[in-house]
Design a protein around this ligand. Sequence first.
Ligand SMILES: [Fe+2]
Length: 546
Amino acid sequence: MTHLPTEFPDFGLTPEQRRHAVRGHYYEWPGMDGERGEIWCYSDRFSYRPGETVTLHVSSTAPSFGMTIIRDGGTETKVFEKSGIAARWQDSPDQCSAEGCGWEASFEFRVDGDWPSGAYRVTLTASGRDGKPIQCHHLFIVSPQAGKKPGRVLQVAATGTWLAYNTWGGSNHYQGITGPDRNQYSPIVSTQRPWCRGFVVLPRDAPRVPLEVAVPPKTVPRYPHMEWALATGHSKKYASSGWASYDSHFFRFAERAGYAVDLASQHDLHFSPDILDGYDCAVFVGHDEYWTWEMRDAVDNYVERGGHATRFAGNFMWQTRLEDEGRRQVCYKYRARAEDPAYRGGDVTRATNSWEAPEIGRPGSATFGLNATRGLYAGWGGCAPRGVRGFPVYRPEHWAFAGTGIYYGDLLGADSHVYGYEVDGLDFEIRGGLPYPTAHSGAPDGLQVLAVGMASQVEESADIPIEDQFLTDEDGRFSAETLFGEGSDANLEKVKRGNGMIVNFPRGKGEVFHAGSCEWVAGLLRQDPMVERVTKNVLDRYLGKP
Ligand SMILES: [Fe+2]
């Protein structure tokens, strides 16, 4: 077992700065680097098929820039390089996070027919006004070509969640400069803006959300990831979402392990559900919180027809809607019942609320077996900071654990800390030492619970003053109200104790395997042999490998 330090890491911030790192609202905006100057970039879409044209929109204080494009997979391959591309500064509307930046096109290139499907990292470099280099990073996805699907894995990147957490321009689905007092999160976010700093590339030692600290009793929580973000000029949400923190770790692992992997965006899934056709296995990883009705239809139909859906991800929470050909994502979240037009004459089943809101009638468990509001937080703040770190295993004889040497009661992935920081669960009971979903849990028929850990929806507060709480009981009260009509103490009591599970169930001619934790990818990043083995067991079985 790894020996953990008992002190939080320190990134040289003052107590006031540490407070601002967690409580404050800081974000990327055009002009933020002042005299030095800046360069920013976005593309017209998240993903392209081979042969299609990528349009880059660039705003730069320098009159020209150089650009490299690298395919970011099991190995890094440079596919494009060009210098001396003309640029100019382009103004952005105040509410660009919601409306889009509206910059004119700066540069176009065609996705070459021999660029394999995957993630392509764009680096733009120019000269700052002080003569030192200025830089920005962007990412686009090359979606699969037609044909050649059997034996291949299709990974679907959690682009809905990337968009929800993107801090660029000041507003996202969490915090913002939206509303009359410029202090509200925005229920609408645009794809037409750059990614925030830390979504595309990160240093390997950037802190993850779950604490790597043996927290002494009565410790006031600290948040190393947000302190590091403020100290190093990264997005406050770099550790909550994005290619660099999450999706990349599965993709690189799978390629290095010899799997043939294609990559698509959730937007592809929404607009072209047939993108799943012919694949033996579709994979969803990381922090995967925002889905549309149409994306779920695509997965449900795929599995019914014999597909295998694998989710190594957590927090299946919100329904979104896409507008303007996918350029706008809508999610009213906590304000849905008050503000979402779906509640006022629209189709209420498409309300951008929790999937478990009874009026929507489509809990997440109907697709992936688990629900977000029965899970939630583990391993940070006052939510199980001394919790299990790995999945407690109850059914070690299951095929997914073959060859791992894991026993009943062991923790899977504790050393690499795969359990957290948001997990998905089900109401369950223990009989004869084994977990079973309860009759009203929403579990699909035939669902087996392989592992269960504890989680919390409410920050424990006995030793933590309210001004030092980041999570508080806000999410718990919201779940209580959404599920039971009122956020009362009695209803909070029904939802506050959550769990995170690994489950497996058949559906139609297909099957679903789900390890419901955002941090599964940490086991792949940290090369935890047991986590790698389970991941391979699932892929091999679904790809029909002997
Ligand atoms: Fe989340």
